[in-house]
Design a protein around this ligand. Structure first.
Ligand SMILES: *[C@@H]1O[C@H](CO)[C@@H](O)[C@H](O)[C@H]1NC(C)=O
Ligand SMILES: *[C@@H]1O[C@H](CO)[C@@H](O)[C@H](O)[C@H]1NC(C)=O
Length: 445
């Protein structure tokens, strides 16, 4: 969708109509404001009417001219001045803004905010000038094509917003998925992220270490369902590189039946709405969704520097950069030691093997803020939290009546030993650490 909007600068390849001349109003405005509107007319006709690149020198003249016309928009808007020039210049500029956004030239929220502000001004100028650009003038200026560019840009922006809003509405509630669908999503992720360093995190990582899949059967028909969506972390070379490559990631997911992906931030907007820092945030999350069943693949990206991985780094030109204690890795002050990730091991995911981080607990502590892994042993189901979160139809549900039993713990030890035997990472090291804790949670009365 975004690629469609990219405006290319194309060479004019057919004869000029002889009557492509400026109106008296445009000539007079050109003189008064020192704008070469003849040149604007010529170059905008090339760009909007035909299909080949402008050369370097033409671009160098076109850019400043577009800006100058936009700066003088209020002076040119009356029908007897040169409103079509404003319409054409603003449309080319809005197309360029959209192209910059789509190709990831804006890395921080500040840059995005500024771009959206400029686009709002451009939109206003387009609306006003299209009301006063007359039919006869519009035959000289490429006004129809200008409005097409605006229309494409606008609907792409709307679509982007709708994708986000739709996701927020649809994914308020976690839909039930099966273990097979969960594994399939991991297989799709592996396919889409070939060539990247990646690993499951949060609930997905716990599930694979504990059961080698999304859920596991314990005693008395209890099922420990650990995970509801698929969470992964992806190492990227740079934000720019990721922006370029993530189109390919999305394409490959779409190929496998996913709907679309969109960018978000791991820094909570609510906590930052009045905060200048929020303007420095990069879009480090890439959420991919599919329907039937409804399901999110939650991709968090990180960069590395020296021995540290981080998701967010704020930079203020002139005064330097710092790693905020925020974002995906805020459980460990916004950074993670690379030795917690590499060299990667293997986790079992049903019939698949997927890469896993070297020190899983360290990555869980970094990515699952709010969970106290000292109080709660990561190797064992958190029965209290499960009771809080899930609905149980009957008092006779064994999670309610008996909680976690010694038999369950024995099953988990055995499962970990089986994973070890097959060469996979498991909960064995953490079960050892848990054994001194009281594992059984008092059942509800
Ligand atoms: C305007 O641009 C055209 C085309 O580049 C050029 O021939 C002309 O001399 C320019 N006019 C002025 C007043 O600079
Ligand atoms: C985590 O739990 C342990 C043991 O209950 C407790 O001593 C510690 O203060 C807790 N840490 C936090 C950050 O709540």
């Amino acid at each position: 969708m975004w690629q469609m909007m990219a405006i290319s600068f194309f060479i004019f390849s057919y004869a000029w109509p002889v009557d492509a001349v400026l109106s008296a109003g445009c000539i007079s405005a050109a003189e008064q404001y020192q704008l070469n509107l003849t040149q604007l007319l010529m170059l905008s006709r090339r760009v909007l009417l035909s299909k080949k690149d402008l050369d370097y020198h033409e671009r160098a003249r076109f850019g400043p001219l577009l800006d100058a016309v936009f700066r003088h928009r209020e002076d040119l808007l009356l029908p007897e001045d040169c409103p079509c020039a404003v319409l054409v210049a603003s449309s080319v500029l809005i197309g360029l803004e959209a192209t910059h956004i789509a190709s990831g030239d804006h890395n921080t929220n500040m840059e995005h905010t500024k771009a959206f502000h400029r686009m709002a001004l451009l939109q206003k100028a387009i609306k006003k000038s299209s009301e006063t650009c007359s039919m006869s003038e519009a035959r000289v200026w490429p006004a129809v094509q200008a409005l097409d560019v605006f229309g494409d840009t606008y609907s792409a922006m709307i679509e982007r917003m709708q994708n986000l809003q739709q996701w927020m509405m649809d994914f308020q509630e976690e839909a039930p998925i099966t273990d097979e669908q969960h594994i399939q999503a991991l297989a799709d992720a592996a396919f889409a992220l070939e060539g990247f360093e990646w690993w499951p995190c949060r609930g997905t990582l716990i599930a694979l270490l504990r059961h080698g899949k999304r859920s596991g059967r314990l005693s008395n028909d209890k099922v420990d369902v650990v995970d509801h969506d698929v969470d992964i972390m992806v190492g990227i070379a740079s934000h720019e590189d990721w922006i370029r490559k993530r189109f390919g990631v999305q394409d490959r997911l779409v190929e496998r039946g996913w709907s679309h992906c969109f960018e978000r931030y791991s820094v909570a907007i609510e906590r930052h709405s009045n905060d200048k820092e929020f303007l420095l945030v990069r879009g480090d999350l890439f959420l991919c969704v599919r329907y039937n069943p409804q399901f999110t693949l939650d991709i968090g990206t990180y960069l590395t520097e020296g021995s540290i991985a981080y998701a967010q780094k704020y930079c203020i030109p002139g005064s330097g950069c710092w790693l905020p204690h925020d974002g995906s890795l805020r459980g460990s002050h916004g950074r993670l030691r690379i030795s917690a990730i590499r060299p990667q091991g293997l986790c079992k995911a049903g019939p698949l093997s997927v890469p896993c981080p070297r020190k899983p607990l360290e990555t869980l502590q970094a990515t699952m803020f709010g969970v106290n892994f000292t109080r709660h042993c990561v190797a064992l189901p958190d029965v209290a939290r499960r009771l809080e979160r899930d609905h149980y139809d009957s008092d006779r549900d064994p999670w309610l009546s008996e909680g976690l039993t010694q038999e369950d713990v024995d099953i988990l030890w055995q499962r970990a030993a089986d994973l070890d035997k097959e060469g996979y990472m498991s909960m064995t090291p953490y079960l050892r650490g848990c054994s001194s804790l009281r594992y059984a949670t008092t059942p509800l009365p």
